[in-house]
Design a binder for this molecule. Structure first.
Ligand SMILES: *Cc1c(COP(=O)(O)O)cnc(C)c1O
Length: 361
């Protein structure tokens, strides 16, 4: 048996695992924030202590991701689902065109919303194959305002290994692989990520957008849906999600202390390799995603015999493995192995899979 001190091995797809020390510090801040004798939950967002949190969170986003001053860094609410419409609302004129690639449930929702605000050209889709691969054969029209991609398809376990060359800036939903690997910041006009998959708790959405792009659609917008208002108000036009931002800041500190995106990526690659090797070699399981597009974040796999499904989940439960049930649109199992997932937990899962094959295979 793998020796482990971890009480539960949490493979949940989101909200998902965060580093243990982040939980401890967050818990402490709920009781007494910075030794000020008050909880972070009861102080003003305009207080000096919280303004320092905002400033550090923004600085960490810039430093970790390599975003210079030409980008605005915003901490908003409404989840990635709000960005599905807020991005085209702010960026895409009524008569203009945006290009989208349909790689899963989240992409198709983004497409549906964008159609409310301009012309949407879907360049490619893997829907006919239940989104088990990332389409690569398409060319991006030069007259599109942007190319929208979903970098990691949380439900189907596929991920862009490299972003396509595009003549126009990329707008990217990075909700489930934000800060899991290095990327070239300047390819992107806008990046958005609901925090709860990889960089924090639910309640805050990180939006990074080229300042020169803000307001380009020329549309009249309600203040809360206007990037320029949030930029001007430094994400405090209204009360921001104070606690989620604090926990995201702690998680970003942890990423920096871990050694930044290069080190995080190495760790993620090692975990994914261990797990996919087992999926490929174990007679009781088979992977669902095309090998070259496999996600480092969400590994989807099916039992080779439908009878295994319930018994394997039951076996996992006994081994303190949680959150392994696959999304209903794929079935089987999904192991989400985000940044904070320790190698030890993946080792435990792999051992349980090996053991299962010995007893059932
Ligand atoms: C979870 C997820 C979403 C939806 O995020 P919400 O914050 O719940 O709106 C969007 N895109 C991707 C890739 C996701 O994984």
């Amino acid at each position: 048996m793998v020796a482990t001190t971890i009480k539960k091995h949490n493979f949940s797809a989101g909200p998902a695992i965060l580093p243990q020390n982040v939980f401890q510090e967050a818990a402490q801040a709920v009781l007494d924030f910075n030794g000020i004798g008050m909880s972070i939950l009861e102080i003003s967002h305009r207080s000096k202590d919280f303004e320092a949190v905002m400033a550090e969170a923004e600085a960490l986003v810039r430093e970790i991701g390599g975003f210079d001053d030409s980008y605005a860094v915003l901490f908003l609410s409404g989840g990635a689902s709000t960005q599905f419409f807020m991005a085209p609302m702010n960026l895409l004129g009524e008569q203009e065109k945006a290009a989208y690639v349909d790689t899963g449930t989240w992409s198709s929702k983004a497409i549906k919303e964008a159609k409310l605000f301009g012309n949407v050209e879907v360049l490619a889709s893997s829907k006919a194959d239940n989104y088990n691969y990332i389409p690569k054969e398409y060319s991006v029209p030069k007259d599109a305002v942007y190319l929208h991609l979903t970098s990691n398809n949380t439900i189907f376990g596929t991920q862009y290994q490299a972003f396509p060359d595009s003549p126009v800036p990329i707008v990217c939903d990075m909700s489930s692989d934000m800060f899991s690997r290095p990327f070239e910041a300047n390819k992107f006009g806008l990046i958005y990520a609901g925090a709860q998959k990889n960089i924090g708790p639910a309640g805050v959405t990180l939006v990074i957008v080229k300042k020169e792009w803000i307001g380009r659609a020329g549309r009249k917008l309600p203040s809360m849906l206007d990037y320029s208002i949030h930029l001007e108000g430094e994400s405090m036009y209204n009360t921001p999600p104070v606690f989620p931002i604090y926990v995201m800041m702690l998680t970003l500190r942890w990423i920096k202390e871990t050694g930044g995106l290069k080190m995080v990526e190495q760790h993620n690659q090692a975990k994914a390799k261990l797990l996919y090797d087992e999926i490929d070699n174990n007679p009781c399981f088979k992977g669902t995603a095309a090998r070259e597009d496999r996600s480092l974040m969400n590994a989807c796999f099916l039992p080779t015999n439908p009878d295994y499904e319930a018994t394997f989940l039951d076996t996992c439960k006994k081994a303190d493995i949680s959150g392994l049930k696959g999304h209903r649109s794929v079935g089987g199992f999904r192991a989400s192995i985000y940044n904070a997932m320790p190698m030890e937990s993946v080792e435990v899962l792999v051992e349980v899979m090996k053991d299962f094959a010995q007893k059932n295979g």
